[in-house]
Design a protein around this ligand. Structure first.
Ligand SMILES: [Zn+2]
Ligand SMILES: [Zn+2]
Length: 332
């Protein structure tokens, strides 16, 4: 009997689906690419034809210019070569999808990046039972347990209100995290203007065009220091310690990332207020998802593979690492 999922090949530059002659999230330009979501380590420019959700295509167009390809709505099934393919929500960022493939009575699900907790900017992860579950393991160690998002947002607001002479500068990745922080703040009743660094503007505008309301957003560049006192400013992590931030009124430096669990990471970036808010599954979400889907095999794409592989083996699930290269968490 053929090996389970033998029609799918792992190459350093991505996952190759032979009966469809298509690559999933390839790190090199390919004739046919299926893209799970818009983060730069998964979505690259230059492919011949892209299959992705309309939101992911719009994000790619914003970053790389117009894309040759085709939009696929969540839950629509299309046939490519000898494979039935369907995209279902991954709960990671706007447009993010798991790719569900059926071929020769086997179902393989490639999760891309995912999380299980609610995110007001995108639909929740949909569990699809399968024979092979291909998962990330960015936070695949038991030490990674993300706290409740609402309580992290409350810490941010408490800090903001406790010192009205200062602003709080929040480092957040430009795609996904920035918009999620803004939306979470709105849901906690914070309706003040939120100021942004120019690098997050285009994607905020795109989210709004795609139906995610972000409220009163204003550029931080050009705003008077007094105007920014007591306000939240969102910037990409790279801007936290650069010259740009000197224009701000005595900023409290915050950063929203799953890595903020590690004190040393917070210290490296001079982060005074670490916020543990992640767009990836934590250890409990990873293991609960595998339990729920009960796949016959788990293939691990990137992250801390060893501990998750070991967990699978102790739970009688065959697991292996795919050793892909080029996935670096732009997003976390
Ligand atoms: Zn991602
Ligand atoms: Zn990733």
């Amino acid at each position: 009997m053929a090996r389970l999922g033998s029609w799918i090949e792992s190459h350093p530059e991505g996952i190759y689906v032979r009966p469809a002659d298509a690559w999933i999230d390839p790190s090199q330009a390919k004739a046919r690419a299926w893209v799970t979501h818009g983060h730069a380590d998964h979505a690259r420019g230059g492919h011949g034809a892209v299959l992705a959700t309309p939101e992911t295509l719009a994000i790619m167009a914003t970053r790389y210019g117009p894309q040759a390809g085709q939009g696929i709505a969540y839950d629509e099934t299309i046939r490519v070569g000898d494979v039935d393919v369907r995209f279902v929500p991954a709960g990671h960022v706007l447009g993010s999808a798991q790719i569900v493939m059926e071929h020769k009575c086997e179902r393989v699900v490639v999760s891309g990046d995912y999380k299980r907790r609610p995110d007001p900017t995108c639909p929740c992860f949909v569990p699809v039972p399968c024979d092979v579950f291909v998962t990330e393991a960015t936070f695949g160690l038991p030490v990674f347990r993300h706290p409740d998002t609402g309580s992290e947002i409350d810490r941010l607001l408490h800090r903001l209100h406790s010192d009205p002479e200062r602003c709080v500068l929040v480092g957040a990745y430009a795609l996904g995290k920035a918009q999620r922080i803004i939306t979470e703040l709105r849901q906690r009743g914070h309706h003040d203007p939120i100021y942004f660094h120019g690098a997050v503007e285009r994607l905020c505008r795109l989210y709004e065009e795609l139906g995610v309301a972000l409220g009163d957003l204003r550029p931080a560049t050009g705003a008077a220091k007094d105007e920014l006192k007591g306000k939240i400013v969102i910037a990409p992590p790279s801007a936290l310690n650069d010259r740009w931030s000197r224009r701000l009124p005595d900023p409290v430096t915050a950063m929203a990332s799953g890595w903020m669990r590690i004190r040393q990471r917070a210290r490296q970036r001079n982060v005074e207020l670490p916020l543990i808010i992640s767009d990836h599954a934590d250890w409990d979400e990873l293991t609960a998802t595998i339990r729920e889907l009960a796949p016959r095999e788990v293939w691990i794409t990137h992250g801390r593979e060893e501990a998750l592989k070991h967990w699978c083996m102790t739970h009688q699930i065959k697991a292996c690492e795919l050793n892909l290269v080029g996935y670096e968490d732009e997003d976390d």
